[in-house]
Write a protein that binds this ligand. Structure first.
Ligand code: ADP
Ligand code: MG
Length: 690
């Protein structure tokens, strides 16, 4: 029997109960276990001397307890100072029991495993793993790297390691199919799939540790290639399945189109026209559109979305417009209301913070079809939101949402007619990467900005010249212009960010007395946020202090100066988005990157990319090289990172081959394609929801 049909219970020691637990993380068959690859390795093959410790590098030390104390500080912590022949270092525990504390007897010998970070006393280990060493019978150090596996509740690391070990022991009896052409193994200098899997689960004692840790070992690359291929195939299959489903035909009557365009004080750019035509073609094809529109900040994506929405509502269907933040949803709400109400269409508003009564009313209007266009945040994905005739979902800034969330909107389509999907992103994704990461979507680019934009002049200025920068704001505001001051934070905490912004606004109000200064951050109530944004928009506020909540979508053409404090904390793509809030009007705009005192050479050259170009694509390419795809594709926010061995940036060099072989398999060997998808993607949601 092929191993993809053998249940996990064929593995020694795995019974029915354990099988149920394993199934929670999608492990149902022997094949699933073999392809449940280690997420990383622990290197306990040697002991590092304390004098040799390096920051942020995981190591094992062996040392004696010198002193134990409870430090009070901001938060109580247990401090254990340990020493070896070369020096001392601090282990710090924020959560600890009295029992644990008492075990650290002075002079006790222990092995401690972790990653030293910079703390109050210099290098410190935070919550390291440790074992006491029995000095009469010291356990030898490990011979091999120790694999660490993804777990679920009810199963320990040791248990999982044991299960995989058993499965690997059966691999010669049930070798996995080599489904890829033989050249693939050759190209990667990989003996066989069986060998690659065995190696990954059980690296030999002379395995090149650094290469493995970086994921660059030929066996890993061979597996990464197959994994990327399988994911590509899964997404292409979503695309192919869409092609055999039916969707409503949405036509935009030309007189309505003319009436809509006549309201605008400008005409569409050529790029907007072209993308609108792409969409119009999809909307009349009778099968669901799955299209991504990419356009740099300020390229006019909202209008493109509005034209699509108009086709929807004029064909008697409802349209959902989803934005990642309330501020952005609100902007869209105002824009769509302006444009659509005069044409006789109702625009509804649905965000998480509506009062229960308002929400209930909105839900009724959405369910009855009285609301033609519904603008909102992810609140729209919720189960109790039902449409009577959903025909199109527009998703703005798509990288903030996962495939799952997007697909959940499909469930809201009326029977027999799947809603079209239009996803819009300002994140300029290099084409090869887009073709892999979003292979289920067709792709259009708005590659032209509206005319008359003056490029943003970006400069780097040190905090030591903060006062000059503040003076510059005063002059600009006296001159009738408006400005943003954006506060950034190291940690991803809206509470801390809000506190920081509040402090900044106090300082600025003192320094700039006479100017009217507002504050907006994610902790404000929607009504407060709305009020602040409205007074900035109408010019009552001259300076707006904000956290990165204004990152997307805010549109105030008279704002022509932006200060970004500590820009080194953000990714380039995010900074590019932020500065896109200025440069929307006729006057020359400026963006000041007010960097911290200790900017490294590397950080500086990164920021210089922004000074040197206003082109989002160039910024993205550089960001991709410098920071990795999590940032670019937004997988960090959505938790959608779905690769076990592959890494889109590290393995970018594989993508072209992946895409080519993928298309070839779909065309010529669809059954192999199916098997690969089953092997790597399996029951996971990306696939199951279609
Ligand atoms: P983004 O692509 O960043 O979402 P928006 O849709 O917010 O960009 O548009 C940015 C600004 O450009 C808005 O003020 C919008 O009214 C304006 N705009 C859009 N299309 C055009 C055009 N063809 N000509 C001039 N201005 C335009
Ligand atoms: Mg936008």
């Amino acid at each position: 029997m092929p191993l993809e049909n053998l249940p996990v219970t064929v593995i020694k020691g795995v019974g029915e109960r354990l099988a149920v637990t394993l199934e929670k993380i999608g492990l149902k068959t022997l094949q699933d276990i073999l392809f449940h690859l280690p997420i990383r390795y622990l290197d306990r093959t040697h002991i590092t001397a304390i004098a040799q410790l390096q920051l942020n590098t995981t190591v094992m030390i062996q040392a004696r307890v010198l002193r134990v104390q409870v430090a009070m500080g901001r938060k109580r912590s247990l401090v254990v100072i340990v020493e070896d022949d070369t020096g001392t270092v601090c282990l710090r525990f924020y959560h600890f029991s009295g029992y644990q504390k008492d075990k650290f007897q002075q002079g006790a010998l222990l092995r401690c495993y972790g990653e030293p970070r910079l703390g109050t006393s210099g290098m410190e280990f935070y919550h390291p793993e440790y074992d006491f060493v029995d000095e009469r019978q010291p356990t030898p150090v490990d011979e091999n790297l120790t694999p660490i596996y993804g777990l679920t509740e009810g199963i320990s690391q040791t248990r999982m390691r044991g299960i995989v070990e058993q499965a690997v022991a059966m691999i010669h009896q049930y070798p996995p199919d080599e489904m890829l052409p033989v050249e693939v193994n050759h190209n990667f200098q990989c003996e066989s799939l069986t060998h690659a899997l065995t190696y990954m689960h059980h690296p030999p004692h002379d395995a090149p540790v650094a290469t493995l840790m970086e994921g660059l070992h030929p066996n890993q690359q061979r597996l990464a290639f197959e994994e990327l291929l399988a994911n590509f195939l899964a997404r292409r299959k979503i695309h192919a399945l869409a092609a055999i489903e039916s969707a409503p035909v949405l036509v935009l009557a030309s007189d309505l189109r003319e009436r809509f365009l006549a309201q605008l004080p400008f005409s569409l750019t050529g790029a907007q026209e072209r993308v609108i035509a792409d969409i119009a073609r999809d909307l009349i094809a009778g099968k669901p559109m799955l299209r991504m529109v990419q356009g740099d900040v300020g390229s006019g994506k909202t209008l493109v979305a509005a034209m699509a929405a108009l086709a929807g509502v004029s064909s008697g269907r409802q349209v959902a417009v989803v934005a990642p933040t309330e501020i952005l949803a609100e902007q869209h709400f105002y824009n769509f209301s302006d444009w659509m109400r005069v044409l006789g269409f109702n625009v509804e508003w649905l965000v998480g913070k509506l009062t229960a009564a308002k929400r209930r009313d909105a839900l009724v209007r959405i369910a009855s079809g009285e609301a033609h266009i519904v603008v909102g945040t992810h609140a729209l994905f919720q189960e109790d939101v039902t449409f009577s005739q959903l025909g199109l979902a527009v998703i703005d800034e798509q990288h903030r949402f996962g495939v799952d969330q997007r697909l959940s909107l499909r469930q809201k389509s009326p029977a027999g007619a799947i809603a079209h999907q239009l996803v819009m992103t300002a994140t300029p994704i290099p084409r090869t990467l887009a073709m892999t990461a979003y292979a289920e979507l067709d792709y259009s680019v708005i590659d032209e900005l509206p005319p008359g934009r003056t490029p943003i002049n970006t400069v780097l200025i040190s905090q030591s010249r903060r006062e000059q920068v503040i003076e510059r704001i005063r002059l600009a505001c006296i001159d009738g212009k408006q400005a943003y001051w954006v506060c950034t934070l190291v940690e991803d905490s809206e509470t801390l960010a809000a506190a920081n912004a509040e402090e900044t606004v106090c300082l600025l109000r003192e320094a700039l007395s006479g100017l009217s200064i507002g504050l907006v951050h994610g902790r404000l109530k929607s009504r407060e946020k709305e009020a602040v944004m409205a007074s900035f928009k109408c010019g009552d506020l001259q300076l707006l202090v904000a956290t990165t909540v204004i990152e997307v979508g805010v549109d105030v053409p008279n704002a022509s100066l932006m200060i970004i404090e500590n820009p080194e904390r953000l990714g380039l793509a995010q900074l590019h988005q932020l500065r896109g809030r200025v440069g929307r009007g006729r006057v020359a705009s400026h963006c000041v990157l007010l960097y911290g005192a200790k900017l490294s050479e590397q950080a500086r050259s990164r920021l210089q990319v922004l000074r040197d170009t206003n082109d989002g694509f160039v910024v993205a390419e550089r960001d991709l090289q410098l920071r990795g795809p999590g940032e670019l594709l937004g997988t960090r926010q959505t938790g959608e990172a779905q690769y076990r061995v592959a890494d889109l940036v590290r393995d970018e060099h594989l993508l072209e081959r992946v895409n080519a072989l993928g298309e070839h398999l779909l065309e010529n060997q669809p059954s192999i394609a199916d098997k690969l998808v089953q092997r790597w993607v399996g029951q996971r949601k990306i696939y199951a929801q279609v």
